[in-house]
Design a protein around this ligand. Structure first.
Ligand code: C5P
Length: 232
């Protein structure tokens, strides 16, 4: 898969989501469905969006015992999503079980990427809450390496980490990066941000963009601007 822009469809209902997607009459964007929409609408929303011709990154961040994750991944694989994810903190065994569950009878499977440390977790929280005393950068790269060892395809990371992930895990190991803003846009609650153009320069494989597109006056134009800066 080449570089692409993934729109974070952080909407509360099917109606809001489909009304937004109806605006895209040309190129069908790759979309991310997160917990809010999935828990509100169930697997039907995935089938509906898929049947409209969109690729889907199902962002449910699984983390449980290996057997449970394996079975859950098998269900997601049958939903025909293109990318799904889990927490690398679940261990290599859990990640290997996830791949087993995801792999269909014909040997194909969705891409599987790992969350390393959430960007909401800082050094202090990691030390105090998780009792991990190493520098957060080192922890992120370690988790990325473990994900690679387990056979995963990449990680979700800050665009600022993408270069280092590639040098640690190889250029083929995918970096999917949220925290993207236009140079003249609003930061919202994101702190460490990058423009689509810079994310391209530092080698992000996919950018995940939410509000700069979903809250734009003209979402299709904002999406096309992202594609022009990042892909073309
Ligand atoms: O609206 P915005 O562009 O900030 O949306 C970014 C999307 O990426 C949201 O769905 C958010 O939950 C997700 N995300 C993130 N930072 C992470 C992981 C996921 O912003 N570290």
């Amino acid at each position: 898969m080449g570089k692409d822009v993934i729109i974070a469809c952080d909407f509360k209902s099917k109606e809001d989501t489909l009304c937004f997607l109806d605006k895209f009459t040309g190129r069908k964007p790759f979309v991310k469905i997160g917990m809010e929409l999935f828990y509100a609408e169930g697997p039907g929303i995935v089938r509906e969006i898929k049947s409209r011709g969109h690729k889907i990154f199902l962002d449910l961040k699984l983390h449980d015992i290996p057997n449970t994750v394996k079975k859950a991944m098998s269900v997601l694989s049958n939903l025909d999503v293109d990318v799904c994810n889990l927490h690398a903190a679940g261990t290599v065994r859990m990640m290997e079980a996830a791949i087993e569950g995801l792999t269909r009878e014909d040997g194909t499977r969705p891409l599987l990427i790992a969350v390393t440390q959430l960007t909401s977790t800082d050094q202090e929280a990691m030390e105090n809450d998780l009792l991990i005393k190493e520098p957060i950068d080192k922890v992120v790269m370690h988790y990325a390496s473990r994900a690679k060892k387990a056979g995963l395809d990449g990680v979700v990371c800050s665009p600022l980490e993408a270069e280092k992930v590639h040098s640690t895990c190889g250029k083929e190991f995918l970096t999917v990066t949220p925290g993207v803003r236009f140079a003249d846009g609003d930061m919202g609650d994101q702190k460490r941000v990058m423009t689509p153009e810079d994310a391209k320069k530092i080698g992000s494989d996919y950018i995940v963009v939410g509000r700069p597109i979903t809250a734009a006056e003209d979402p299709v134009a904002a999406y096309e601007r992202c594609v022009n800066e990042f892909v073309d």
